[in-house]
Ligand binder design. Structure first.
Ligand SMILES: [Zn+2]
Length: 256
């Protein structure tokens, strides 16, 4: 069920009977020369809407702009500051609790949102308002991602390229895939851009001239469909699991 499509009287039964909501969260930021700026929010929304359709749980409208200032040197990147984002997302989750929701899944597709979203979860958990968790799609299917791509790349790489090929193929510039790889940084790992253990960069452009990390030339719509199906299944399972928990069991434990 998609909240934005419903008239208010038709939501009464849902809020009476269910207590879970899916909130898609993405970004609007450069994703290399070959992918649209909406890549992250397109992925988050497609997964959340599909999981909501399959399970019957409620999906809210998508939060399209997130924490992306580290991509600001590229045309069009939009962002809000982390404290503003955190407060906005906290307020949005509290809004849902007013209607009777007490557990929320932030269906996330942007790394920069992870920490603020977890902080929101922590705040709401501490004051026992709601149980709110962050779910990052690619982290739900790490083996499949590794199986398909030699260099998955954290940003604008083949996993995101394949997903957009599946979700909105007309927005992918397939003729730019090779240039995207050659003009960016292919190998990116835990030890990248560090000196004696310290992270030595602030912005994406410090590491990659065209904004891309990874090798997207082996992305295909078929691989995208497989990733999409597997991640959707994980999200459906997570939703069912969370909806099935006793609320008391989700609250902070007592002091020993
Ligand atoms: Zn992305």
């Amino acid at each position: 069920m998609y909240l934005g499509d419903e008239a208010w009287p038709d939501l009464e039964t849902y809020f009476e009977e269910e207590s879970l909501a899916l909130v898609p969260v993405g970004s609007t930021e450069q994703h290399g020369p070959h992918l649209p700026e909406g890549t992250d929010h397109l992925i988050a929304e497609a997964l959340a809407r599909e999981a909501a359709n399959r399970t019957g749980y409620l999906c809210t409208p998508t939060v399209n702009v997130g924490v992306s200032a580290h991509h600001r040197q590229f045309h069009g990147t939009m962002w809000v500051s982390p404290p503003v984002f955190r407060d906005y997302m906290e307020s949005l989750a509290r809004n849902l609790t007013y209607h009777g929701i007490d557990r929320v899944i932030f269906v996330n597709a942007h790394g920069g949102n992870v920490e603020p979203l977890r902080e929101v979860g922590k705040r709401l958990h501490e004051d026992e308002t709601a149980y709110t968790i962050e779910w990052m799609w690619d982290e739900s299917i790490p083996e499949l991602v590794r199986e398909h791509f030699s260099v998955p790349g954290p940003h604008g790489g083949p996993k995101e390229t394949a997903m957009i090929m599946h979700i909105a193929n007309e927005l992918v510039h397939e003729d730019r895939l090779t240039d995207a790889r050659d003009g960016g940084l292919v190998e990116w790992g835990a030890g990248s851009a560090r000196q004696f253990g310290a992270r030595t960069f602030f912005d994406a452009i410090d590491n990659t001239e065209n904004g891309v990390l990874g090798d997207q030339t082996d992305a295909t719509p078929e691989k995208g469909e497989e990733l999409f199906e597997a991640a959707t299944e994980q999200l459906c399972n997570l939703s069912e699991w969370l909806a099935g928990q006793e609320y008391e069991s989700l609250l902070p434990k007592e002091h020993v």
